[in-house]
Design a protein around this ligand. Structure first.
Ligand code: PHE
Length: 497
């Protein structure tokens, strides 16, 4: 069966067929351009289509092109250092090495000496003498000629290859690897030519050919509705954005309210209000990014600071506190939030009436070295439930329910420690026999709740989003999430629940 081809496809096929008849089977695209009136781009696109339709065979072949470097260009202009030195020597018969360096510059002087020594002109006791050697002059001429030839993009003979390699080794020219496409007719292509006879068909009905009647008796090119077309890739959500939306959906469906917070926070909210003592290692410069402009902002709820100070220093009835000299200025320091638990504590302070169920999926920052399972910028899935009925078992139920909705059935809880929760537990997911820690959770301590005026229970959690994404998308390296691998961005598979 023969296909209807476009005009340029027909032209290219025609060229190939004419060459084929002369016994030439394989030609480059440039050869085709020379044989017809199509532009290089026109030929290239017709060749791609013919290849797509399997009417030709394509072969990619690597070849080298050369560029003259800046140094090479300078020599084309001023001649090679060795040639310049040879000319000088011819006139003066003898020159001191020092003078060579003065005249040519030390770098070029050295090059010239090295090159001349290959033609029996070696410096001896600080001097170099002329030695009649016609092959030197000839050789230097050849080098210069080849350099100019390359600059003019002329074809290089096989006999010039050794000089070419030498110029390349000296850094006077640079090799560029290029590809060309070699084209030959396939059997289907030959059949196509024979069957359709390459008659030109009308592709476009223009007012002119209707008016002058030249369409009469001609054949029209039909639309080939069976030609497969390239798939168009439309945009899609980034896998992490997709996952964030899924998670948001889960919490909203369960009646949670989404909270939002700022990247920059007072240490007083990010740390102190959460009963993290001021000498805690997490407050170290090694772990946290502090802002340089420490005191420019006034603490937004100064009335809380006194209460926080009291719990840290003295505790509350039944709880002893940390017993140290708490400093207000440390609470006023600004930092990039290290966890979104700061969103929770702020929300609870501003909405102290129970019950509430809140969540956020936002970014946090840690002064951490990045590796296959650690990032310095990551998102946390944060949340809390404030209710007198909230308990450890409701927390476990919530975690189980949440992860189950994302397709993770096997969840384990292991005892953990956070200064602001008691009891605390880490959430671990088991997948393909592997246990992956996803984050922390627990019941807020009275030392956290009392200063903000809360008496009922608050269960809270802070879970890593990227860790979860690793499992969700089956990645072995967490950094892959931010690497923008186009194939992954286009073809990622969502987990079937
Ligand atoms: N904030 C803890 C973290 O960043 C997680 C956590 C949140 C723990 C809430 C207990 C309660 O790892």
């Amino acid at each position: 069966m023969s296909m209807d081809l476009s005009k340029s496809e027909n032209i290219v096929l025609n060229v190939l067929w004419n060459l084929e008849k002369k016994g030439v089977h394989k030609v480059s695209e440039a050869d085709i351009v020379n044989q017809c009136k199509l532009s290089p781009v026109g030929v290239s696109s017709a060749v791609s289509w013919l290849d797509f339709k399997k009417l030709i065979n394509l072969e990619r072949k690597e070849f080298s092109e050369y560029d003259v470097t800046t140094e090479g260009k300078e020599y084309i202009h001023n001649d090679l250092p060795e040639a310049r030195l040879l000319k000088l020597l011819k006139e003066r018969k003898k020159i001191s090495v020092r003078e060579v360096m003065d005249l040519l510059g030390s770098e070029k002087g050295k090059i010239a000496l090295v090159q001349l020594s290959k033609f029996s002109m070696k410096p001896d006791r600080g001097e170099i003498s002329f030695y009649e050697n016609p092959s030197a002059e000839k050789e230097f001429g050849i080098r210069l000629q080849l350099l100019s030839k390359i600059l003019r993009n002329e074809k290089i003979d096989a006999s010039e290859l050794s000089v070419l390699k030498e110029l390349q080794k000296r850094g006077l020219i640079e090799e560029r690897k290029r590809f060309k496409r070699l084209v030959s007719l396939s059997q289907a292509g030959i059949d196509q030519v024979k069957n359709s006879g390459l008659t030109e068909k009308i592709e476009r009905l223009t007012p002119e050919i209707i008016a002058d009647g030249s369409w009469k008796g001609k054949e029209f090119r039909t639309y080939d509705l069976n030609v497969p077309v390239e798939r168009i890739q439309n945009g899609s959500l980034h896998p992490l954005t997709y996952l964030i939306r899924e998670i948001r959906e889960i919490f909203l469906e369960m009646g949670f309210t989404e909270m939002h917070g700022d990247y920059v926070q007072f240490a007083g909210w990010n740390m102190d209000a959460l009963f993290i003592p001021q000498d805690h290692p997490a407050r170290d410069l090694q772990d946290t990014f502090f802002l340089k402009s420490k005191y420019e902002l006034n603490f937004d709820h100064p009335e809380i600071l006194m209460k926080v100070e009291r719990v840290h220093q003295k505790g509350i009835p039944g709880y002893s506190g940390w017993k140290y000299a708490w400093k207000e200025e440390k609470a006023r320091e600004l930092l990039l939030r290290t966890h979104t638990t700061v969103n929770t504590i702020r929300y609870l302070y501003e909405h102290p009436e129970p019950p509430s169920a809140i969540f956020s999926i936002e970014k946090v920052f840690r002064h951490e070295s990045v590796d296959w399972k650690h990032l310095a910028e990551l998102h946390q899935i944060e949340g809390a439930v404030h209710s007198k009925d909230a308990s450890l078992s409701s927390l476990k139920w919530l975690m189980r329910t949440f992860y189950k909705k994302l397709g993770f059935e096997k969840l384990n809880f292991i005892p953990a420690y956070y200064p602001y929760t008691e009891p605390s537990m880490d959430v671990v997911v088991e997948i393909n026999g592997r246990e992956v820690e996803l984050g922390g959770s627990g019941l807020f301590r009275p030392e956290v709740l009392r200063p903000i005026g809360i008496k009922d229970n608050v269960i809270a959690w802070g879970l890593g989003l990227e860790r979860l994404a690793m499992l969700y998308y089956d990645l072995t390296d967490i950094r892959g999430i931010y690497e923008s691998d186009i194939d992954w961005l286009r073809n990622y598979k969502i987990r079937v629940k």
